[in-house]
Design a protein around this ligand. Sequence first.
Ligand code: SAH
Length: 513
Amino acid sequence: MGTEGEGIGKIQGYTLFVKDAMTGDRVRVRVIKTKKHFGYARLLEILSPSPDRVKPLCPVARQCGGCQLQHCSYPSQLRWKENKVRDCLNRIGGFHVLASGVSAQISENVSEKASEAVPDAMSKKVSETSSETGFSSLHNTVKMEPILSMETPYYYRNKAQFPVGKDKNGRLVAGFYAGRTHSIIENTDCMIQHPCNRLIVETVLAFMQENHITPYDEKTHSGLVRHILTRVGIFTGEIMVCLVINGHDLPESPKLVDKLLHCDFGASLSQQAVSPENGQSAAWQEQAPLRIESICLNENTEKTNVILGSKISVLYGRNRIEDRIGSIKYQISPLSFYQVNPLQTRRLYETALEFADLKGGEIVWDLYCGIGTISLFLAQKAAKVCGVEIVPQAVEDARKNAALNQLENTEFFAGAAEQVVPEQYEKSGGAMKADVVTLDPPRKGCDEKLLDTVVKMNPEKIVYVSCDPATLARDLRYLCDRGYELRRVRACDMFGMSWHVETIVLMSRGKLS
Ligand code: SAH
């Protein structure tokens, strides 16, 4: 399977990429596009299914662009994700990363490239030399720790953005965009979204229908309601509903507020007959009762693919909701970046804390800090945490969140990490040091200028959280070539059913005491 979860098959030596096919399937396909060395094909029929193939729970899984792996059993998704990380680290980074027990169990899922990078004889030799911790200084070999899997890989997202439009018959619909297109697949009951969304979206659509409110039409740049955005504080039960409108106000808005405030989430969720068998997460059931704390409008009158505009007005309650990760509280506005799977985020950050192994006296730099999520988590155990983030509003949120949690040992800088960190380093005349640096960059990874300065700051440990194993591997190689060693690697499944995988890595300079 390829990096985005597509099946890769060969016919007479020619490679075809087949969306919706998986390792172990025998399939009949129609070739839709050919290039010199590879082509693309559409899945027509499964002649014999992979032992890991399952029936997707969502009726529109194949058309919708949201999930790519619903047809793969969850254990096989996890193995595939672990192998993807390992493959990148070995092939791009040149490391000797060994499979954790999880991925070793199924050898046929190990991609060809991964097995090329660690030939059998080599991986045997390496594992013989591995110490108890799985680390050998000679080869800088680590054994992956088992992927942090989700208890239930459904209904986990706390943020949804439903485009609103009309179907062929002129009926009002909301749903998701089909993969790589802008046609709306009607679906208010998404299997990876928090289950309260269905009632919210149906309520908004009913309000629009009753009050003749038009949906936005991209082609003509007319109509009013573009998107319905929802956010749920999984641990607090607080819900935000935000309508993105192509205009300045919403006619009859008090009626919408009234309708939304009358939503009975408890009754609706029990009626949805969701159970562990069909994927219901127990997570939200254990939390505080669901209630709407914020109803907002977001104005976006531009002809653009960007969902949100910058202006927000409040129709009811506050302009933000609160959520918690562990004991840290976070304020979330419609525009804030906030992790979409808080249960797994907590586990990821706990792992970051474990990898950083803070004793209380450390200076930590948290680069690409967003609204300070990791910074505040680490500030509980460090002497001082400095965060750097490029989006000024996120930095404001980070400062507010630090104050909300009375974590005064934090400082946040707005700007590109590759500018701010070298500048601060120069300003200090080379005296700026760190005990721990955490890096959590976007998919493109870190700029070399930043990594050079990080090396100069000489942290004992670097904790790298990555959403792209390929750029992670590249950056780790760069750091290893400058004196760091790879110590621990753990993948984390933040986005079950999708091809995304998060990885957390510990590097250190020299041997750890
Ligand atoms: N650590 C945070 C956010 C991680 S997402 C969390 O766990 O929630 C990556 C963040 O990097 C985003 O907030 C993005 O705005 C920011 N970013 C992107 N490019 C950047 C750069 N060059 N310098 C600093 N921050 C950047």
